[in-house]
Design a protein around this ligand. Structure first.
Ligand SMILES: Nc1ncnc2c1ncn2[C@@H]1O[C@H](COP(=O)(O)OP(=O)(O)OP(=O)(O)O)[C@@H](O)[C@H]1O
Ligand SMILES: [Mg+2]
Length: 451
């Protein structure tokens, strides 16, 4: 996503992709949602999205297979955009599992559990309204006569329908003071837990409003002050693991002092079992719902045999996300073995995947992708320069052509031009090497030194 802070903008490689660009019959437009061409793969991805939404993909996996720079990652991003906000989408690159801090399976298990959402729903009794009056009563502190503490408070709340005066206990009164509750604010108090939330400043109240540090303006609530309200909370299994881990980590008093800041490294299996049990019970009693998301593993050939067998087992478990893998390798060795296999993947995993191939782009497709990227990066480019970049995209690689755009634009501006010219493209073509060229270059040097 492009984000702008002041004049500094960072544009991600796939920020132009907003979806899969399909019509309501699932057919791909030549250009849609920032995606160009690759029609069959996009339509296949569209079918996958429908299956996921209907809950019919559980325990299965998808493999996007094709040469480098043919939009495998782009299509996975498109799938994520189509699934919507609430469906978790987690991205992992095969090489990321080799971390010095935690084991390979811990990285995988965390990624898998991040990709499973849980939506909790609960009805709670709350008091909600605009604060008409808030009068705390103070008493001297029992241990320190110079200090005063809140004993209780008189609170009057109003809605559009009624006005209620209540007495609240010390903990709620204290929380209200701590949160800066004043007359004119709209607040909500959770009746059982006693927690106070400030919802905003009432639109009808005549209180000062600030430009900085301001609180949102809200309507005075309708209906009664005391009511049942539905709360929805979206989380993931991984977040719950972390919460449970913190709460049950145990240890004595000194581990609190010394261990408090320590970063979480590994979570023990018992904690995860507790979380699963907790979630299953919540689902059974109608308080929660599971939202399986997607785990995208790029560079799948980087996984080794152990990780693959772990993944294979994980796919069979009850709580598994949809796994989308990507590979730009043909036959290659499965890491950790001498076995050569398609995409460097063991056959038992290959047996469960639906494969979506991606094809190399034609020049007219490359040209459209370059145009979209130029627009995304706010680069002006002349038609002739675009033709030349397209030629490089086709002959060398799409990614190389995309990479050349930013330096070419910098050079154009430097020479006082308001669009990239052929000369700029030629100049950066000479100054920056493609991957093949830089490898060849180093090889020549090695040969000279070894002589
Ligand atoms: N069909 C497309 N429409 C629009 N943009 C695309 C398309 N295909 C690729 N791109 C863009 O081109 C660049 C390279 O594509 P991408 O990274 O998706 O390729 P890849 O197949 O994942 O390559 P690799 O095998 O090297 O990982 C990215 O910036 C991507 O967003
Ligand atoms: Mg990729």
């Amino acid at each position: 996503m492009a984000s702008t802070i002041g004049t500094f903008a960072r544009v991600g490689a796939h920020s132009h992709i907003k979806g899969l660009g399909l019509n309501d019959k699932g057919k791909a437009k030549f250009i849609g949602d920032g995606l160009v061409g690759q029609i069959k793969a996009r339509e296949a991805a569209g079918l996958i999205v429908r299956l996921i939404k209907e809950g019919k993909m559980a325990g299965r996996a998808i493999l996007l297979a094709g040469p480098p720079g043919t939009g495998k990652t782009a299509i996975a991003v498109g799938i994520a955009r189509e699934l919507g906000e609430d469906v978790p989408f987690v991205q992992l690159s095969g090489s990321q599992i080799y971390s010095a801090e935690v084991s390979k399976t811990e990285v995988l298990i965390r990624a898998l559990r991040k990709a499973i959402g849980v939506r909790f729903r609960e009805y709670r009794r709350v008091l909600e309204g605009e604060v008409v009056k808030f009068e705390p009563h103070f008493a001297p502190h029992p241990y320190n006569p110079y200090q005063r503490i809140v004993r209780e408070a008189k609170l009057t709340l109003r809605t559009k329908k009624e006005r209620v005066t209540l007495t609240v206990g010390p903990s709620v009164a204290q929380e209200m003071i701590a949160k800066g509750v004043e007359e004119g604010m709209v607040i909500m108090i959770d009746k059982e837990g006693g927690h106070v939330s400030v919802l905003g400043i009432s639109k009808e109240a005549s209180v000062p409003r600030y430009d900085v540090g301001r609180i949102p303006e809200v309507d005075v609530p309708d209906g009664p002050v005391e009511k049942e309200k539905e709360f929805v909370y979206l989380t993931t299994l991984d977040e719950l693991d972390e919460l449970f881990h913190k709460r049950y980590s145990g240890g004595g008093f000194f581990s609190l002092l010394f261990g408090g800041r320590e970063e979480r490294k590994e979570i023990d299996p018992e904690t995860r079992m507790q979380v699963d049990k907790f979630v299953k019970e919540a689902v059974e009693s109608g308080k929660a719902e599971i939202i399986p998301g997607v785990l995208f593993i790029d560079e799948i050939h980087m996984l080794d045999i152990e990780s693959f067998s772990f993944l294979n087992r994980a796919l069979e478990s009850e709580l598994a996300p949809i796994v989308i893998m990507a590979s730009n390798r043909g036959f290659t060795k499965i890491r950790g073995t001498d076995i050569v296999s398609p995409h460097g993947m063991p056959l038992d995993i290959l047996d469960r995947v639906l494969i979506i191939p991606t094809e190399p782009y034609k020049p007219e497709e490359i040209k459209e992708i370059l145009k979209i990227r130029a627009r995304e990066e706010k680069i002006n480019i002349s038609d002739e320069a675009l033709e030349l970049l397209t030629k490089y995209g086709a002959e060398i690689s799409l990614r190389y052509a995309i990479q050349l755009m930013a330096p070419a634009w910098e050079r154009a501006k430097f020479h006082g031009r308001d669009a990239v010219s052929v000369e700029d493209v030629e100049a950066v073509r000479e100054r920056f090497a493609s991957i093949e060229e830089s490898v060849r270059h180093l090889k020549e040097w090695e040969e000279r030194f070894l002589k």
